[in-house]
Design a protein. Sequence first.
Length: 87
Amino acid sequence: MRNYGRIVQDMIGYASALPSGIERDSLEVYIAQCMRQRNMTWNRDQEAGVNRVREDIRTLSKGRLTCDSPAFERMMANPNAPLKKKK
């Protein structure tokens, strides 16, 4: 899972240590966005689907992050949406 980078791995470690709550859920969503963006950078031929990102977060966190929050579901509801809006 080197394609995500050390910073994403460190963020997952930090989020794993947080108690359940808004901060942890927000960090899970941010991590998923970063992972999706990095996957698109390195694997242009493949779309980073919801299940792929969720599975990779669970693997990297050794099962401590579940990605079951409503915020995560809303963010990943439209996986083909652009990450940033153009001005």
